[in-house]
Design a binder for this molecule. Structure first.
Ligand code: FMN
Length: 251
């Protein structure tokens, strides 16, 4: 079983699609899995060559404006010609994640891949739509650190001769429980999708989300987006700086 997992996110780091692709790869242990990214156009020819030999393609891509990101669309246009010319026969699965909390927003995105399969003569295998993609990524960064800190605290206690009781492990158990609860929908849908990929079987599209109610998600997302805009973009004083670029002058 030869599987190609494609990361359709343009992000260099902190990509949820990449994380979901890796997760699918783990769940497909035992199969021959290869990874590739659609970040730069010069990678496309090598990826296209892979399409000749694969049994399944798993495309993990973010939702952009309720649809396919433009660079993924460009790749699909090239892949369509390539697959028709080379008579490719593989099944296509998609993992779409979006910023809003409701996974159902990904419906049209998954449908677009299904239409592309029909046009290209490939088999549509099914997909997963995941809401709260950014949050899923944040939880995957925060919780392993929290687990490590809680384990380290107990280890230090043990090494320094302080008795470590069952109640000392409770915070760790609690945190593992919370993490599993938040992600139970994603884990379930990803496991079902991977089981289908393994057998090259068709499955229905499933929609899930990070299990946080919308009234909590919205203020948290607002704070997160404001902070990431400040840290990843330009601080307000940089925006207010005089623009010395001659091309930006209004005559
Ligand atoms: C140009 C652009 C358009 C987007 N459009 C939507 C959208 O229509 N609906 C939505 O829920 N999220 C939208 N998002 C948010 C992304 O889907 C979200 O941040 C996702 O988790 C990014 O995944 P990635 O880390 O794999 O790139 C958009 C983001 C960008 C940059």
């Amino acid at each position: 079983m030869n599987i190609l997992i494609l990361n359709g996110s343009p992000k260099k780091k902190s990509s949820t699609s990449r994380l979901l692709g890796k997760m699918a790869g783990l769940l497909l242990a035992g199969c021959k899995v290869q990874y590739a990214s659609l970040r730069t156009k010069n990678e496309y020819p090598a990826i296209l060559q892979h399409l000749k030999d694969i049994d399944a393609l798993v495309l993990a891509a973010p939702l952009y404006v309720d649809g396919i990101p433009s660079h993924v669309l460009e790749f699909l246009q090239q892949a369509e010609d390539f697959c028709i010319k080379n008579n490719c026969h593989f099944s296509v699965y998609a993992i779409s994640n979006n910023g809003f909390i409701e996974g159902i927003h990904n419906k049209s995105h998954l449908r677009m891949y299904e239409c592309w399969c029909r046009r290209t003569g490939l088999t549509w295998g099914g997909g997963v739509g995941i809401g709260g993609g950014e949050m899923f990524h944040c939880l995957a960064v925060y919780y392993p650190i929290a687990f490590a800190v809680l384990i380290a605290i107990n280890l230090i206690k043990y090494i320094t001769g302080t008795a470590v009781t069952i109640s000392d492990w409770l915070p760790l158990a609690e945190n593992i429980g919370i993490y599993l609860f938040f992600n139970c929908g994603v884990f379930y849908c990803m496991a079902r999708l991977s089981a289908s990929v393994r057998k090259c079987r068709q499955t229905k599209n499933r929609y899930t989300r990070v299990m946080v109610p919308a009234f909590l998600f919205i203020p948290m997302a607002d704070i997160f987006m404001t902070l990431s805009a400040l840290f990843n973009g330009k601080f307000i004083f940089a925006l207010l700086k005089k623009d010395n670029n001659p091309h930006h002058k209004i005559e």
